[in-house]
Design a protein around this ligand. Structure first.
Ligand SMILES: Cc1ncc(COP(=O)(O)O)c(C=O)c1O
Length: 241
């Protein structure tokens, strides 16, 4: 019997062209991208070319892309980064009751540190009501985070409408687009978000590859403190692979 793999929302096979680029990087990208000598320069070029391609996909500037280990890290970076930069007592977050565990667990952790979280209900098709969002925003709200496409139901949330409400009321908006990037249009300005999570292994990269779009000017606490890699947001020598 032949196995047929259909569980692409869980993970996807690595595309041959991705494997080919990775083979080249494994063979030639061993330098430290921060080194200015012959081994570092090609490694830096590979990292920045990858960043430019991701930025093209999201219609943003390469400097607005921070590489991560996947969707979970990107979500943690967005939520904890806003919490620790907020400077507010009891900062308020809003999400939906259908969020992925990679949003729910960091928010539960932030609740234990003093954050308040509103969990918006969803209807029978898994959709949030933008009017509920409007009513939930308070002067203490620091971030709204609503997933773009749901990993189990496939429901696609009205992100542009929700993000416009947040923007009108002066609140930052993040979307977990791990299930939508590479499948449906997710250009940052079209969906109108300030931060966007993507996970490469949902669209044919190996696991352990992801990115967070962070709109220029948004203040976030760094996720990994250390040297100045990834615009001082996530320390650690970048991988060209
Ligand atoms: C909607 C959503 N967010 C986040 C994640 C976590 O992504 P990763 O496995 O790359 O950490 C997943 C993966 O299952 C997902 O479906």
């Amino acid at each position: 019997m032949r196995d047929i793999y259909l569980d692409f929302n869980a993970s996807t096979p690595v595309a041959p062209e991705v494997a080919e680029i990775m083979r080249h990087a494994l063979e030639t990208g061993h330098g430290n991208p921060s080194s200015s000598h012959w081994a570092g320069v090609p490694a830096r070029q590979m990292v920045e070319e990858a960043r430019t391609r991701v930025a093209d996909l999201l219609g943003c500037s390469p400097r607005e892309i921070v590489f991560t280990s996947g969707g979970s890290e990107a979500n943690n970076h967005a939520l904890k980064g806003v919490f620790f930069a907020s400077g507010k007592g009891q900062p308020h977050f809003i999400t939906s009751s259908a969020a992925h565990p990679a949003i729910v667990a960091p928010l539960r952790f932030l609740e234990s540190l003093g954050a308040r979280v509103t969990w918006l209900p969803v209807d029978g098709t898994g959709l949030v009501d933008p009017d509920d969002l409007r009513r939930a925003i308070t002067p203490k709200t620091v971030l709204v985070t609503i997933m773009h496409a749901n990993n189990e139901t496939g429901t696609i949330q009205p992100i542009a409408e929700c993000a416009a409400i947040a923007r009108e009321l002066g609140v930052r908006f993040h979307t977990d687009a791990a299930q939508s990037v590479g499948k449906i249009p997710t250009r940052a300005d079209d969906v109108g978000v300030d931060m966007l999570t993507m996970a490469g292994h949902k669209f044919h990269t190996p696991k352990g590859v992801g990115a967070l779009f962070i709109r220029d000017g948004l203040r976030l606490e760094p996720f990994v403190h250390g040297a100045g890699h990834e615009s001082s947001r996530r320390a650690g020598i970048e991988s060209a692979m």
